[in-house]
Ligand binder design. Structure first.
Ligand SMILES: NC(=O)c1ccc[n+]([C@@H]2O[C@H](COP(=O)([O-])OP(=O)(O)OC[C@H]3O[C@@H](n4cnc5c(N)ncnc54)[C@H](OP(=O)(O)O)[C@@H]3O)[C@@H](O)[C@H]2O)c1
Length: 307
């Protein structure tokens, strides 16, 4: 495993993070097993959210922490808030943020989270109001670091203007088969669709500001379109992945994740598997150092062009 520094205290966190969105499909025993296995493989960070199966993901983590004493403190624990269900909307009001965190802490069976992300941008956000909520959560020790998810640079600038604490993280969708954030930079000032800037140069912004970039859905194409590994629609990509995997004595999963970690930002890959054997394959990503040639070959094999 490789580690990067995250947040105010520069805590050393693993580049492969266990995402817990899909653990509501598991039994309590299986969740505990998945956490123990991940920890044994060097993963020391968990990612969840209050909305994952309406709190069930956090509840299952809380039960595991209760059952195995000391387990909670082995992980840098990250959750998210800001998405409301019934009605479905985004809510960055102080009241909602505070209430959501209190409910998360109860479900997670802990007195603090190491990182809190605002899940999706709320156009009605008032930066100073968010700042008040963050100050209260930080002063009370309930949240140690703050970040965002799915935000562009101007949204982060606007939000940061009302905060006393630095935005430490932006969690965004990125895989070899989902690269709009890279395409627009590669095709800058062209008339083709790949040149359309949909995110305001968020990767470059995060690098400039030393904000950790966390990639979600690292093995998916589209918006939860399915896993591209073994997908016949991505035959060329699978062939290249397999060749590089064989050269490095790892799996295609490892190479696909290594492709994300090769980007020269402060990168983390949030994996979503619920299977221990795939956690092990994912951790092998840290054994692979892709060359510039391999990185571009994979980008092109996924169906992209270079001008
Ligand atoms: N911030 C956001 O807006 C946002 C949005 C979505 C997700 N997330 C975070 O990112 C994490 C990862 O997202 P994700 O679950 O979409 O990521 P993912 O790792 O791309 O996908 C995981 C899914 O792919 C399956 N899978 C993995 N390897 C496979 C293989 N070789 N063949 C077939 N299926 C395979 C897994 O099944 P098995 O369980 O059977 O292995 C699981 O269903 C989430 O847990 C969550 O923490 C954040």
């Amino acid at each position: 495993m490789k580690y990067i520094e995250l947040g105010q205290d520069k805590t050393k966190v693993s580049q492969v993070v266990l995402g817990c969105m899909r653990i509501p499909n598991l039994s309590e025993k299986e969740v505990l097993n998945l956490l123990d296995f991940s920890q044994d493989h060097g993963i020391n960070m968990l990612d969840t959210a209050d909305v994952y199966k309406l709190g069930t993901s956090e509840e299952l983590l809380g039960k595991a922490f209760f059952k195995e004493k000391g387990l909670r403190d082995k992980f840098f624990l990250q959750t998210k808030c800001g998405i409301r269900k019934n009605p479905h909307l985004y809510d960055f009001s102080k009241k909602h943020i505070i209430e959501a965190v209190n409910a998360s802490l109860k479900r997670l069976n802990t007195d603090h989270v190491d990182s809190l992300l605002l899940h999706r941008p709320d156009p009605l956000m008032e930066p100073c109001e968010v700042g008040e909520a963050f100050n209260e959560l930080k002063t009370s020790g309930k949240v140690l670091n703050f970040g965002v998810s799915n935000m562009n640079p101007m949204q982060m600038e606007l939000l940061q203007s009302g905060l006393d604490y630095k935005i430490s993280v932006n969690q965004v969708q990125l895989s070899i088969c989902h690269t709009p954030m890279l395409n627009q930079g590669i095709n800058v000032n062209m008339f083709n669709d790949s040149a359309i800037c949909r995110d305001g140069g968020v990767l470059e912004y995060c690098r400039l500001k030393h904000i950790t970039i966390q990639a979600w859905s690292v093995l998916q194409h589209g918006f939860f379109g399915g896993v591209f590994l073994e997908d016949p629609n991505y035959q060329k990509l699978n062939e290249v992945l397999e060749r590089i995997a064989n050269e490095n004595n790892v799996s295609k999963t490892a190479v696909a994740i290594a492709w994300i970690l090769r980007y020269p930002g402060n990168m983390q890959a949030v994996i979503g598997t619920t299977k221990t054997e795939r956690v092990a394959l994912s951790c092998d990503a840290c054994k692979v150092n892709l060359t510039r040639e391999q990185w571009y070959e994979l980008y092109l094999a996924a169906g992209n062009d270079l001008p």
